[in-house]
Design a protein around this ligand. Structure first.
Ligand code: IPD
Ligand code: CA
Ligand code: CA
Length: 261
């Protein structure tokens, strides 16, 4: 295994231990608000520090882009670790057992490695560019679903930017008319990992940050699926708008979204 992926996995597992230790703490959690409907807990912060510590022990000069900390530019090599300590913080706060640690390694602007770890179900999704995607060490692939009709689609809502809701109600309605069902899980990283594992046939969201999607998007591609923004391009880090899906479902979803926007 590549040493960078190895460290990403160790950091995610260490983070998972801290998260599980604090799971179901309810009122004992210290919750602050970063913005409207945007929460952070003392556990998110502690977990993030733990992850950074593991990375910097092996790679002190690498850059860090982590949800709860200031951006740390790389000192030498152009390598940046993109970290979401708990993706699904709202689920974590409500003791809903569905959240994950997400860690991606970006080298010269390209995401080369990604790990998404669900510490409750002990599911470790990983991917390396050109090396496929795995769940607990076993190869995973996107679903063989042939069309949108019959597809289960994961989705997100622009929880922190409610003004976007009106703009997206047309595509929501149109997609719901065409697919089998929606799933709103509350963890974008796991949604993308589930597309990679063939559990969801596709996923779309319109309010993501790079740390939500960096690891999961690599996983979908390495599992044979497609990922893009709503224009069919790859600027989802900038726009926060993402479509990911199995080979035959993705084009239909992209077409529907474009037709309704
Ligand atoms: C959130 C989750 C959610 C997505 C939100 C994200 P957080 O991340 O990924 O599924 O819809 O846009 O902000 O705040 O739990 O790390
Ligand atoms: Ca997140
Ligand atoms: Ca988070």
């Amino acid at each position: 295994m590549h040493p960078l992926l190895n460290i990403a996995i160790s950091a995610a597992r260490r983070a998972g231990l801290v998260i599980v230790r604090h799971y179901d703490e309810g009122a004992r959690l210290k919750i602050s608000t970063k913005g409207p409907n945007d929460f952070v807990t003392n556990v998110d912060q502690a977990v993030e520090q733990e992850i950074i510590e593991v990375i910097h022990k092996s790679y002190p000069h690498h850059g860090i882009m982590a949800e709860e900390s200031a951006f740390l530019a790389p000192e030498r090599e152009d390598i940046i670790w993109i970290i979401d300590p708990i993706d699904g913080t709202h689920n974590f706060i409500k003791s809903i057992p569905h959240f994950a640690v997400s860690i991606a390694v970006q080298i010269k602007g390209i995401i080369e490695f990604g790990v998404v770890f669900d510490p409750i179900k002990q599911e470790l999704f990983s991917a390396s560019k050109g090396g496929g995607a795995q769940l607990n060490g076993h190869r995973i692939r996107c679903s063989p679903c042939e069309k949108l009709e019959g597809a289960v689609i994961g989705l997100g809502f622009p929880v922190c930017e409610r003004q976007k809701l009106a703009q997206f109600s047309a595509p929501y309605n149109k997609i719901f008319e065409s697919c089998s069902d929606f799933r709103r899980s509350g963890s974008a990283a796991l949604d993308l990992a589930y597309v990679a594992a063939g559990r969801f046939d596709a996923y779309w969201d319109c309010g993501l940050k790079p740390w939500d999607s960096a690891a999961g998007a690599l996983m979908v591609r390495e599992a044979g699926g497609y990922v893009s923004d709503f224009q069919g391009n790859s600027s989802y880090f900038e726009t926060g708008e993402i479509i990911a899906g199995a080979r035959k479902v993705y084009p239909e979803l992209l077409h529907l979204i474009q037709a309704t926007l």
